[in-house]
Design a protein around this ligand. Sequence first.
Ligand SMILES: CC(=O)SCCNC(=O)CCNC(=O)[C@H](O)C(C)(C)COP(=O)(O)OP(=O)(O)OC[C@H]1O[C@@H](n2cnc3c(N)ncnc32)[C@H](O)[C@@H]1OP(=O)(O)O
Ligand SMILES: CC(C)C(=O)C(=O)O
Ligand SMILES: [Mg+2]
Length: 528
Amino acid sequence: MTQNRVSPEANKDKVVIFDTTLRDGEQSPGATMTHDEKVEIAEMLDEMGVDIIEAGFPIASDGDFEAVSEIARRSKNSVICGLARANFKDIDRCFEAVKHAAKPRIHTFIGTSPLHRAIPNLTMDEMADKIHETVTHARNLCDNVQWSPMDATRTEWDYLARVVEIAIKAGATTINIPDTVGYTAPRESADLIRRLIAEVPGADAVIFATHCHNDLGMATANALAAVEGGARQIECTINGLGERAGNTALEEVVMALKVRGDIMPYTTGIETTKLMAISRRVASVSGFPVQFNKAIVGKNAFAHESGIHQDGMLKNAETFEIMRPEDVGLSETNLVMGKHSGRAALRSKLGELGYELADNQLADVFVRFKALADRKKEIYDDDLIALMQDEERSGEDRIKVEYLRVVCGTEGPQEATLRLAIDGESVSADATGDGPVDAAFNAVKALVAHSARLQLYQVSAVTEGTDAQATVTVRMEEDGRIVSGQSADTDTVVASVRAYVNALNRLMVRREKSGSDAREIRYTDAAG
Ligand SMILES: CC(=O)SCCNC(=O)CCNC(=O)[C@H](O)C(C)(C)COP(=O)(O)OP(=O)(O)OC[C@H]1O[C@@H](n2cnc3c(N)ncnc32)[C@H](O)[C@@H]1OP(=O)(O)O
Ligand SMILES: CC(C)C(=O)C(=O)O
Ligand SMILES: [Mg+2]
């Protein structure tokens, strides 16, 4: 493959990492991030060496446009890309946002498979013309243009080859081949890219990219197979976040290329020691916890419990570990934290976990840390992460939990007394319910009436033991807006109410963004 004009970093040995956590990742129902959260994640991606950040879909909303623009303005090394449909209005809006970056990219797409061609009701020829005129338009604005035939893996070969050639002739510099519905399999993925590169005129002048979804659990395998076939850009997300079952996970492809360089001799520019910190941050802001057995970044990815494994690990870690935990950012040192620890140890431990705090922030966190240490004998890394996440979530909130008391036992109904501060004003309510969580949630509803429906209530223990903190995730939907809230506490009911209130705070932000009255208080029986 010859070197690409606008991606000089891409060459036959280097795989360009294109992160779409802030665009495809954010399309996961409930994974909406705030403006500030997106800017922060983009800065982390830039610092860890991601080549291209797809920062959003600028035409989708003013909020998306502002976020892409600010990410573009702040970008240091990464190319900043925005998504646009195949029309001039989307493309112009996209360029307006990404043009602030030192290295902007427009990514325009259209569904080319028979199923997707039927939606706009275009003939093959009409769609081919549209592709030519929209890619030409994008290229007239920006010298870095990516084009995607959505649902490429279910598009007829002849038509796919034809439209890829049209896009290249019109000036696309990267051709992305999306497996939009996670339908392909590794051998097919490799063959498709190989054949496009071999048979489409002009293919050797552009970079081919792969964008895989995980519907059949093959997103990582398909992306790596595409690289074997000649793709030199992998589109992926942190923690594999994304539509339905998600996208290829960035941490998986990057570590697979690093660990198996013997059979896949390609490099990436990713600083892998930053993987854990960004994974935790994305889990926190998206409200999507990482599954315990997730490759690379799951809680159990480097944990060994059974005797034979522990014995092997003690004698030689390579017996049961193919990568070193420190290579993905897990700490080597083991500072034991508890009620006797001071600020210096706390600062050092939080630094290892990816949190750099100013003195005043440390002072606040220290108070909460001591309160937790009074209730819990040992404070594990996960406890500290949960505490930090709680601290960040409650910062700007309009509704705060001040006091909760619940009476529960064998004889129902259970009773809850709750005091909230809403915009600084304290309000209280008593409520009953079928169980302590139901009673407490009814008290929240009595104070902050709303029509959002509870979609998910999930509790998991952060660590072991009966004094473990519980992490609670609450997901709610109102008028098509889906929001998630999370919290952790040694008291499950307290964590539940804080998670519920966290979701309500996010709902208010979403209402503000969409122009509806954020203060509007509505009560319907459908609530919860
Ligand atoms: C596989 C993917 O990930 S594709 C990206 C998916 N991401 C998103 O959709 C998130 C952001 N989307 C949005 O906010 C909204 O859908 C908007 C603002 C883009 C459009 O909203 P609306 O104008 O209300 O349209 P709506 O969402 O109902 O339907 C999509 C429209 O886009 C058209 N469309 C879809 N893809 C394309 C495309 N690639 N090129 C041109 N038009 C397209 C559809 O035909 C439909 O057109 P119609 O309104 O004339 O029937
Ligand atoms: C917009 C495109 C690249 C996409 O996300 C998909 O096809 O999955
Ligand atoms: Mg996708």
